[in-house]
Write a protein that binds this ligand. Structure first.
Ligand SMILES: C[S@@+](CC[C@H](N)C(=O)[O-])C[C@H]1O[C@@H](n2cnc3c(N)ncnc32)[C@H](O)[C@@H]1O
Ligand SMILES: *[C@@H]1O[C@H](CO)[C@@H](O)[C@H](O)[C@H]1NC(C)=O
Length: 244
């Protein structure tokens, strides 16, 4: 099986040789960082159409985590274009972090379309090192479709725990590796290297639930589901929340 996967990967590598070459020359990343926000803006419309119900359900108990003032301080890590803004409760104070500065203009547009929120700031940084965000300063941290794309999920979760106040919650909705006995997992493995380059470092075969189970949360509510998306490769999802 490993040999078949290797051979198919090689064939795809030859087909997409220009892209892999640009990557070797260090040029691909620059193109991708500019292109990706435009792609994501379109993708988000489709994703929210299919997954809006799930997001509403997931975020329905957000207000329970508001601080003593009654306000909810929320940090969105890997915010992208601001795809989740419309699901947050009114008055929510939103801080955003993303390492790709090209998202800023898309984010500003989403802020303008979501007047019910109190937007704080956009920080350009990776989730692995969020030194601009103080310890224990957030009631809630959110990641959607981010753990697939980060360098180090364990380190992000450590940082999430650091910035959350005790009793604060981490909300997640992520696509993950399919079950290992399935054809879907076979194709995920075959297409992973090309997919990774095409979609800005998105990994098809991450078992992100394992990092969540290992992280030091006091409570973890985690659900596996098949998302009703047109591309089967990204249908296996996990969603839920974890309390510090
Ligand atoms: C597939 S997009 C999802 C964006 C958005 N959360 C959504 O649901 O539409 C992945 C996002 O993760 C960001 N990202 C990549 N590496 C990251 C890292 N190390 N830390 C935080 N965010 C990262 C990307 O720039 C991109 O905005
Ligand atoms: C995706 O993640 C898997 C498992 O963590 C890893 O083995 C693989 O090399 C990653 N793929 C890429 C393209 O980095």
């Amino acid at each position: 099986m490993a040999l078949i996967i290797f051979t198919l990967r090689l064939a795809i590598g030859i087909l997409l040789f220009p892209m892999f070459l640009l990557n070797l020359l260090g040029l691909w990343n620059r193109i991708c960082k500019k292109w990706f926000p435009y792609f994501l803006r379109r993708f988000t419309v489709m994703y929210n159409e299919q997954m809006g119900g799930k997001k509403r359900e997931l975020f329905s108990n957000l207000p329970e985590f508001a601080g003593p003032s009654g306000k909810l301080s929320l940090l969105e890590v890997g915010c992208g274009t601001g795809a989740n803004f419309k699901f947050y409760p009114a008055g929510c104070r939103v801080t955003c972090i993303d390492p790709n500065p090209n998202f800023e203009k898309f984010l500003i547009k989403s802020v303008a379309e979501n007047r019910h929120l109190q937007f704080e700031r956009f920080v350009v940084a990776a989730g692995e090192n969020m030194q601009q965000v103080a310890d224990g300063s957030m009631d809630v941290v959110v990641c959607t479709l981010v753990l697939c794309s980060v360098q180090n999920p364990e380190q992000i979760l450590q940082e999430v725990c650091r910035v959350l106040r005790p009793g604060g919650a981490f909300y997640f909705l992520e696509h993950v590796a399919a079950e290992s006995s399935t054809w879907n997992y076979f194709w995920q493995q075959v297409l992973d290297p090309a997919w990774y380059l095409l979609f800005d470092g998105c990994n098809l075969t991450r078992q992100s639930w394992k990092a969540l189970e290992r992280a030091r949360f006091s409570k973890l509510e985690l659900q596996h589901l098949q998302a009703p998306l047109p591309v089967e490769l990204v249908r296996p999802h996990i969603c839920g929340y974890a309390v510090k």
